[in-house]
Design a protein around this ligand. Structure first.
Ligand SMILES: Cc1cc2nc3c(=O)[nH]c(=O)nc-3n(C[C@H](O)[C@H](O)[C@H](O)COP(=O)(O)O)c2cc1C
Length: 257
C-alpha cells in the first residue's frame, strides 16, 4: 500500500514503481478516521522548500499505520537539504518512526526558480528510472535506512532557513492571480488536491486558506491564465506535467468534488 500526493505527476510516477495499491492522500484527507493495515506502507510526496510539505506531515500525524515496514520517499528537483533525517526527527516527535526514508531526483517543477523547458532537457541526466528501480529493490529487501545528510546539504538547508528568517517567507498568500484569458474550463478546479479552486462568474477563483502552494493549478491551466501574484517566473510560457501521467490520472488523484 502506497499513499501519494502529487501536483504535476512526479510523485505518482514514482509511487507506481513501489506498489500496485496506490492511494491518493488528497482523497484520504476527507476521511475522519484513518487507520491502515498492510505488510508494507509507503508515503510518496514532493519536497517543498527542502522539507516534507506540512499537509503530508499532518496526514501522517493524524493517521494510524499498522505495518511491519513503513517507508517514505520524497521526490525533488535540485536540493533535498538532508530532508530524510529531519523527517525521521519529526516522526519521532509524534511517536512514529519510518524504517526507510529516501529521496529521488526528478524534474524540478518550481516555476519561480526554473525554466521548465530547460528542466525537460536536463531530465534524462537525472536517470530517474534507474534510481526508482534501486529504491524498489531496497523496499523489496526491506532495507532499514534513513538517507544520510551530508554537511553540505545541511548547510544548504540552514542557509535557506536563515534567508527566510531575514527576508520573510518566499511563498505567501495570495500566491496566484487569475488573468482575463481564463476561459472557465475548470481544469484547475479538478487538479487542485485541496479543492480550493472554484469557477465563479466565468472565472477561476481560489480559497487561499486551504491552498498548500503545490502549483498543480498553475502548471495544468491550458490557457496559462493562472500566474503568480507577485513572484516572477523564470519562463512564463513553460509548464510541466510528468510525461508518463496523463491529465485524467492527475484529476482522478486530486479531484475533490
Ligand atoms: C512549492 C514548491 C517548493 C519546492 N521546493 C523544492 C526544494 O526545496 N528542493 C527541490 O529540489 N525541489 C523543490 N521543488 C520541486 C518538487 O519537489 C519536484 O519537482 C517534485 O518532484 C514535484 O513532484 P510532483 O510532480 O509529484 O508534485 C518544489 C516544488 C514546489 C511546488
Amino acid at each position: 500500500m502506497v499513499f501519494y500526493f502529487t501536483a504535476t505527476g512526479n510523485s505518482l510516477y514514482a509511487a507506481k514503481h513501489f506498489d500496485t495499491e496506490l492511494v491518493s492522500i488528497p482523497q484520504e484527507l476527507k476521511k475522519p478516521d484513518r487507520r491502515y493495515k498492510a505488510d508494507a506502507i509507503g508515503i510518496v510526496c514532493p519536497l517543498f522548500e527542502l522539507d516534507m510539505p506540512p499537509v503530508i506531515q499532518d496526514f501522517i500525524r493524524d493517521s494510524e499505520f499498522e505495518t511491519d515496514y513503513f517507508y517514505i520517499i520524497l521526490t525533488y528537483g535540485c536540493h533535498h537539504g538532508g530532508v530524510a533525517e529531519r523527517v525521521q526527527s519529526y516522526l519521532e516527535g509524534i511517536g512514529k518512526k519510518a524504517d526507510y526514508i529516501n529521496t529521488v531526483l526528478m524534474l524540478d517543477n518550481a516555476l519561480p526558480v526554473f525554466d521548465m523547458e530547460q528542466q525537460k532537457v536536463l531530465d534524462p541526466e537525472k536517470r530517474v528510472d534507474e534510481h526508482l528501480a534501486a529504491i524498489r529493490a531496497d523496499i523489496d529487501a526491506r532495507k532499514r535506512e534513513v538517507q544520510f545528510a551530508s554537511d553540505w546539504e545541511k548547510e544548504f538547508y540552514a542557509g535557506y532557513r536563515n534567508m527566510i528568517r531575514e527576508k520573510g517567507a518566499y511563498y505567501v498568500q495570495p500566491l496566484y492571480r487569475v488573468e482575463e484569458n481564463c476561459i472557465a474550463c475548470g481544469t484547475c478546479t479538478k487538479v487542485c488536491p485541496m479543492g480550493c479552486i472554484r469557477v465563479e462568474n466565468g472565472k477561476a477563483a481560489y480559497d487561499t486558506a486551504r491552498c498548500v502552494g503545490c502549483m498543480a493549478c498553475i502548471h495544468a491551466c491550458p490557457q496559462k491564465a493562472i500566474r503568480f501574484a507577485t513572484i516572477q517566473e523564470v519562463n512564463p510560457n513553460a509548464r510541466y506535467r510528468n510525461p508518463n501521467i496523463p491529465l485524467r490520472e492527475l484529476i482522478a488523484a486530486n479531484r475533490q468534488k
